[in-house]
Design a protein. Structure first.
Ligand code: HEC
Length: 296
């Protein structure tokens, strides 16, 4: 191969390696996109090192339980999820006590009849309504969506939910609102069929934190993000490990590439090459006792 072509190829490979390196290390920065249209909040779970604030998740569960669960289900969660690592991490006794407050239908028993019993850790969160139709009928024709994956399903995720909860305002002059419809800056179309669910001091936190609307909105949002991504913390850890692994791998690839290419670049130095050739010739002659030029 011509030297020039080799140089080009070498440069090209270097560029690819540099670009790959930059994109691997810059990945965490890019993954932290901000939603400019929503109320800004610094979430503890944002970014590659993000983790949930346990106390906030526990308070968020309390808000869900005491306020939202009257209308919204979280059907993917079971009471035992409340104990799991990476979540609110209630103790087993606390979670059992929470579950016990609910009744579920079980059965059939030996007589073939269904019966009610208190919920256990293995039961799913009890739903406020038996089906979509019942919940829609009870809410003036609007369906309170299941919240299991709401934070993931809506553009803006946590910022959207948080902003929506704080986005109730007087409708601007001339804005038409039917009965049971409220003005909310952050709802698409600015009309929502849910009245503002939060009010300062609406509930009392068991850890004594003041229950401002902002605080409750923040906590319940964190809880809903966890419910839609219960393994977020584990995934963040894995993502971080992957990046470290890729950085090490790329460094190794680069070093071995340098090593391999060093052989080619030596050729440029024709004096060295001649010397090396002479040396080999000498050795071969010595061992064979013959003139190496007659070798095929
Ligand atoms: C009285 C029943 C009721 C309560 C209590 C309630 N909601 Fe709602 N919620 C609704 C209804 C009905 C809708 C659908 C509104 C619509 O589609 O216009 C809704 C919609 C929402 C939406 C928008 C969903 C979307 O489609 O983007 C969010 C977010 C939400 N609720 C969060 C909450 C949170 C958080 C709480 C507890 C703090 C709560 N809600 C309490 C009835 C309720």
């Amino acid at each position: 191969m011509k030297e020039k072509t080799l140089d080009h190829l070498n440069n090209f490979i270097n560029k690819i390696l540099i670009i790959t390196f930059l994109s691997v290390t810059a990945f965490p920065a890019f993954s932290e996109e901000k939603n400019v249209n929503f109320i800004e909040n610094k979430w503890s779970f944002d970014g590659i090192f993000g983790t949930f604030d346990r106390a906030s998740l526990q308070r968020g569960f309390q808000v869900y339980q005491e306020v939202c669960s009257g209308c919204h289900s979280v059907k993917h969660l079971s009471y035992r999820n409340l104990i799991e690592k990476g979540g609110p991490e209630f103790s087993e006794d606390q979670a059992k006590a929470i579950a016990k407050q609910f009744e579920v239908t079980d059965g059939p028993n030996s007589e073939g009849e269904m019966f009610n019993r208190p919920a256990k850790l293995s039961d799913k969160f009890v739903k406020p309504y038996p089906n979509v139709e019942a919940s829609t009928a009870a809410n003036g024709g609007a369906y309170p969506p299941d919240m299991s994956v709401l934070a993931k399903a809506r553009a803006g995720g946590a910022d959207y939910i948080y902003s929506l909860l704080l986005g109730y305002e007087e409708a601007p002059e001339g804005f038409d609102l039917d009965d049971g419809v409220y003005y909310n800056k952050y709802m698409p179309g600015q009309k929502i069929k849910m009245s503002s669910p939060l009010d300062d001091g609406l509930i009392e936190y068991s850890d004594g934190t003041e229950t401002t609307v902002e605080q409750m909105a923040k906590d319940v949002t964190a809880f809903l993000v966890w419910s839609s991504e219960p393994h977020l913390e584990a995934q963040h850890k894995m993502g971080f490990k992957t990046i470290i692994y890729l950085v090490i791998l790329l460094t190794l690839v680069y070093l071995s590439k340098q090593k391999v290419w060093a052989r080619f670049s030596k050729k440029k130095d024709s004096k060295n090459e001649e010397d090396a050739f002479d040396k080999v010739e000498e050795i071969v002659t010595q061992y064979e006792g013959e003139d190496p030029k007659t070798f095929k």
